[in-house]
Design a binder for this molecule. Structure first.
Ligand SMILES: NC(=O)c1ccc[n+]([C@@H]2O[C@H](COP(=O)([O-])OP(=O)(O)OC[C@H]3O[C@@H](n4cnc5c(N)ncnc54)[C@H](OP(=O)(O)O)[C@@H]3O)[C@@H](O)[C@H]2O)c1
Length: 328
């Protein structure tokens, strides 16, 4: 199966390495980053491309870009792993639309396009006999979409709630463990590379809310947008509040929840028992899925990271290849 990939950053490199190191039956035939690209229908030498990217910052030839790749005949599936734009989804949204319109399936880790335009992308894929898969957009390595659609097939999902943002979880963990203030813990998270220079999306709960929108639309077919989510971030959580909770064997976590029967989508800091399965440490993510038959299932894992996120992308690629055959 021939793969084109837009983006060769942390996630893209993890995917390239997984394809290089494992015998997955996948051939990388086209790659672009922000400044260059290459199209090699017989298969790219991944090791030498990664070495060139490391040395020059470019994966291929300047002047070759996403548009050339999308219009080419060199791929069966597009992997879209360029930066997220939560306001417009662009340019990734346009890339995904273009590939689907050509009947090519798409796998993405990019939250923007899926959160902003799920319904129309879904319809476009259906219209053109293609697949759109986005496991990596919610909780990195945790196979939440696969678990719901396959492992829990036949179950009604009555509620879904969890820890969707590793940066916030790290900050809250450190405030509880060391008695750090919010600002001190945020600084530490920045120094360790867990928080962006501008952490607004994470600490204000917006990143977690975007993931809820994706889940609500994908799992329940709701037509939600970010405006439908009640959002409170962790920037108002005090050391005193955490200490008070700790005295009673409780702690604080930023919890995102979807309760479809009540039409609730909410992100807020919550006081929960320390023994609760969602009380995971540091940058981990955790999701609890309430179902009618299976009861409650909790998944815990890494919400970010190069290979971890690549794992989710690869599982989507293999889903398309193995379960439903090639459609091109
Ligand atoms: N990192 C994670 O753990 C993680 C987890 C879940 C989801 N995600 C999502 O996955 C996506 C990729 O994340 P990342 O961490 O790999 O980001 P990243 O390290 O910033 O890499 C982004 C890549 O996209 C390239 N790019 C930028 N504009 C482009 C364009 N117009 N056409 C083609 N390529 C373009 C960049 O090129 P240059 O190399 O030239 O700059 C870079 O190679 C993002 O949407 C992110 O939100 C990431």
């Amino acid at each position: 199966m021939r793969i084109a990939m837009l983006g060769l950053g942390s996630v893209g490199k993890g995917i390239a390495r997984a394809i290089l190191e494992q015998d997955l039956g996948l051939s990388l035939t086209a790659v672009a980053d922000s400044k260059s690209g290459r199209i090699e229908p017989s298969g790219i030498d991944i090791a030498s491309m990664l070495e060139q990217k490391e040395r020059t910052g470019m994966c291929g030839t300047p002047g070759v870009g996403a548009a050339d790749i999308l219009a080419s005949d060199a791929y069966d599936i597009l992997i879209e792993v360029s930066p997220t734009n939560a306001e417009t989804g662009e340019p990734a949204l346009g890339y995904i639309r273009e590939a689907l319109s050509r009947g090519m399936s798409v796998v993405t880790s990019n939250k923007g396009p899926v959160a902003l335009d799920y319904q129309s992308l879904h319809l476009l894929a259906k219209e053109h006999g293609a697949y759109l898969r986005y496991e990596a957009t919610v909780c990195g390595a945790i196979p939440i979409m696969h678990t719901i659609e396959s492992g829990l097939a036949g179950n009604t999902i009555t509620k879904l709630y969890g820890v969707f943002n590793g940066t916030c979880n790290y900050i809250l963990t450190r405030m509880a463990e060391e008695g750090l203030t919010y600002q001190q813990a945020l600084l530490e998270a920045r120094e360790l590379g867990y928080a962006e220079a501008d952490p607004t999306y994470d600490v204000k709960g917006i990143d977690a809310a975007i993931k809820l929108v994706i889940l609500a639309n994908a799992v329940w077919g709701m037509e939600k947008t970010l405006d439908d989510v009640e959002i409170t971030g962790i920037d108002g959580v005090t050391t005193a509040a955490i200490a008070l909770a700790e005295e009673q064997d409780l702690t604080i976590r930023l919890i995102g929840e979807i309760i479809p029967a009540e039409d609730v989508l909410r992100v807020s800091p919550r006081i929960i028992p320390k023994s609760h399965p969602l009380v995971v440490e540091e940058t981990l993510n955790a999701v609890a899925i309430d179902t009618e038959m299976a009861g409650e299932i909790t998944l815990i894992g890494k919400g970010a990271g190069s290979l971890e996120t690549a794992s989710a992308v690869i599982s989507d690629l293999l889903f398309i290849r193995d379960c439903h055959g090639r459609r091109s």
